[in-house]
Ligand binder design. Structure first.
Ligand code: SAM
Length: 281
């Protein structure tokens, strides 16, 4: 369906812009883009700089979106992306994926199309009524599907106040306010111990620092979905080897159930998730 739509869209965009752009530039028009709700993220070559606003306007009209952003980089502890607004201005939208409504500010909050499989997978692995603690909730990227599709109970912890607003709104939009409890705190300050059947550690780069906290939140036997970024030369032993070492230091045994590559994070570095069963020794 989407592929068919794209086949119609690209010729239409070319048709309009070929009348306005120097001939050699038409072939440089973006052939791929990311649409999140009614906001478009367009990668644009430097050669197209002088025409960027008009190009964005045409993409917006043909695709029916309200705002067009130019792709930047995701950085920092809160994983916020950097964007240039090329057309429109309102970057808050509702994105529907796998029957889940995500409200977010695309210019400020990461929502990676490459993570879609993992968001869908979380809906599949969740169990009705189990207690999930999402330590790095964002807008509920990974845990909303668990509540929406499986009726899992979720404690969603998000420390950034702006992201937290969208987490709360998304919970209400999906009508899972009786299942999900959001906390606007640093997960290191979360007081409850030994409560979770399942812990989500959807974070990268420094996730290992949070393993002791995840173990204290987990029940004596629980599942942890441990994400991290791993240099290729350390795979496949990492990141499970680090998880198990830290777990043993804290009196837990760890068993690897599954390991998946989410996406390439940087040259020679992969974003990986390991499903681990932990149990107190
Ligand atoms: C990269 S996003 C990932 C969202 C989601 N878990 C996923 O995997 O798609 C990480 C989120 O964790 C939040 N975060 C980072 N450190 C945190 C901490 N110590 N406590 C609570 N939230 C934290 C950030 O603000 C950000 O919204």
């Amino acid at each position: 369906m989407r592929a068919k739509r794209t086949q119609v869209i690209k010729p239409r965009i070319r048709e309009i812009l070929s009348k306005e752009l120097p001939a050699g530039l038409v072939n440089l028009l973006p052939k791929h883009w990311v649409q999140i709700g009614d906001v478009l993220i367009l990668p644009l070559r430097p050669e197209l700089e002088p025409y960027k606003h008009r190009i964005a306007e045409v993409y917006a009209e043909v695709l029916g979106v309200k705002t067009v952003l130019r792709k930047g980089h995701i950085h920092g502890e809160t994983r916020k992306p950097d964007y240039e607004v090329l057309y429109g201005g309102d970057t808050v939208t509702v994105h529907v994926e796998n029957g889940v409504k995500y409200k977010l500010d695309v210019a400020k909050i990461m929502f990676s199309p490459a993570n879609v499989k993992e968001r869908v997978r979380m809906a599949e692995v969740a169990r009705p009524g189990e207690l999930v603690v999402d330590m790095f909730a964002g807008i509920g990227h990974l845990s909303l599907p668990m509540a929406v599709h499986k009726g899992a109970r979720v404690i969603a912890i998000e420390k950034d106040p702006y992201t937290f607003r969208f987490l709360v709104e998304s919970i209400w939009l999906n009508n899972v306010q009786d299942l999900m409890t959001p906390y606007n705190i640093d997960n290191r300050d979360f007081p409850a111990e030994n409560i979770a059947d399942r812990v989500l550690m959807g974070y990268v780069v420094k996730t290992a620092e949070f393993i002791p906290k995840a173990l204290s939140i987990a029940k004596d036997e629980a599942i942890v979905h441990y994400h991290n970024t791993v240099p290729e030369r350390l795979m496949p032993e990492e990141p499970f080897a680090t998880f198990r070492r830290i777990a043993r230091e804290h009196g837990y045994e760890a068993e690897k159930l599954n390991e998946l590559i989410i996406k390439r994070y940087a040259p020679g570095v992969w974003h990986v998730v390991v499903d681990v069963r932990v149990f107190k020794r």
